[in-house]
Design a protein around this ligand. Structure first.
Ligand code: IPD
Ligand code: CA
Ligand code: CA
Length: 269
């Protein structure tokens, strides 16, 4: 596929994310009621399903021979292009009226990430990446000098698991970095890509949480690794991402996450 064709996939993903994000902005703070999906922390609202349906419609109308993998309604279609869709990443924030949520659309071609869009409707910020170019609202983000105290965005320790390795990692990061728990992996990755944070890591994600954000981070010259391997659609996994200049921090964090028992290759997730 040529650069122009990848550009056309990106434009479709942007269009889908913007339309869904505008719909969510209208429903934000309107008292969305949540339902629990698994653990009490894993919630969903009616807006999740509606936003995903809107995104699916836009993607498949523009590219009928493609596959969509969405958090709310699973897998449909087939083709060389796969769209990984999280209609609201940070659903609990959305439902509580907090602004930290985003629409996330990642594009894979032949199984490889090639583009991604993360749209944050509250601040109206559109993060896009394709062909090694990261843009925020259409412009290259300003780069800042590295901060001696790295800012780390993580939801570790994962609620409900009480994994001693996650608590030990949290304590260590809390002493050596400036930690934030923002509750949205897609936004955490977008913020690392945009240079607002230096590292992001989570131990409880699926492919749709990270497919777009990882494209943003790598386009920005940073790195991304799955722990123990690429987060999939069947088992929860982990990831570490880092901005340019934070490779050693990223490698150390990924190694430390190797001790988290539910992320072990043989563990049920
Ligand atoms: C959640 C976010 C969060 C991660 C959770 C996910 P959701 O997604 O990505 O960062 O820690 O495990 O479930 O449920 O708000 O789409
Ligand atoms: Ca999510
Ligand atoms: Ca979601």
């Amino acid at each position: 596929m040529t650069t122009t064709e990848i550009g056309s996939l990106l434009r479709t993903a942007e269009q889908a994310a913007l339309a869904a994000g505008r719909y969510l902005a209208r429903h934000h703070r309107s008292g969305a009621s949540t339902r629990v999906k698994g653990l009490p922390h894993d919630v969903v609202t009616d807006a999740d399903a509606r936003a995903e349906a809107m995104i699916r419609e836009t993607l498949t109308a523009a590219h009928p021979a493609s596959e969509v993998v969405g958090e709310e309604s699973g897998r449909s279609g087939s083709g060389e292009v796969t769209w990984y869709v999280d209609p609201i990443d940070g659903t609990h924030n959305f439902a509580r009226g907090l602004g930290l949520f985003a629409v996330s659309v990642g594009v894979h071609l032949g199984g490889q990430p090639v583009a991604g869009v993360v749209y944050e409707p509250f601040g109206e910020e559109l993060f896009t990446a394709a062909d090694g170019t990261l843009l925020v609202n259409g412009a290259a983000p300003a780069r800042r000098a590295p901060d001696p105290l790295p800012v780390v965005l993580t939801d570790i320790p994962t609620a409900g698991l009480r994994d001693p390795a996650e608590y030990a990692l949290f304590a260590d990061l809390n002493d050596t970095t400036d930690l934030r728990r923002i509750g949205s992996s897609a936004l955490a990755l977008a913020y690392v890509a945009g240079g607002r944070a230096d590292l992001a890591a989570n131990a409880d994600v699926f492919a749709w949480d990270v497919a777009a954000g990882r494209a943003l981070v790598t386009a920005a010259g940073g790195g991304f690794t799955g722990v123990p391997d690429e987060p999939g659609t069947e088992r929860r996994g982990g990831f570490v991402a880092w901005g340019p200049g934070f490779d050693r921090h990223g490698a150390r964090l990924a190694e430390a996450m190797g001790a988290i028992s539910h992320l072990a290759v043989s563990a049920p997730r």
